[in-house]
Design a protein around this ligand. Structure first.
Ligand SMILES: [Zn+2]
Length: 111
């Protein structure tokens, strides 16, 4: 889940693992799991919505998969691809990204 961490008078968005509750520290240690079917096993169709679980790769991902209904009922993406797709779906193109990156470098620090 996305949370806001107040840190040095700044509002810093972070990802918390939906399984263990700890911060996902690095893009390379995160995954996204989601249902491909409803709880009755009927596969999703065009226009259906499903909630993602943001999790650590490895053990937390396996627990997320089990929670959602095992591998055949779930989909997954590497966190890096998921966040990139999300940003693109919201219209974050290269020019806007550069603008945001400049703002980040001026006002934030890596937390
Ligand atoms: Zn975790």
């Amino acid at each position: 889940m996305i949370k806001i961490l107040y840190h040095h008078d700044k509002s810093c968005p972070i990802l918390i693992c939906d399984i263990c509750g700890k911060k996902i520290e690095n893009i390379n240690n995160g995954s996204v799991a989601f249902r491909l079917s409803d709880p009755q096993g009927v596969y999703l169709v065009e226009g259906d919505l499903t909630d993602p679980l943001y999790v650590h790769s490895g053990e937390c991902f396996l627990k997320a998969e089990a929670k959602l209904g095992e591998m055949q009922a779930t989909g997954s993406e590497a966190l890096s691809f998921h966040l990139y797709y999300l940003a693109r779906n919201l219209g974050l193109g290269l020019e806007k990204y550069k603008e945001v990156e400049k703002d980040y470098e001026e006002f934030f620090e890596f937390i």
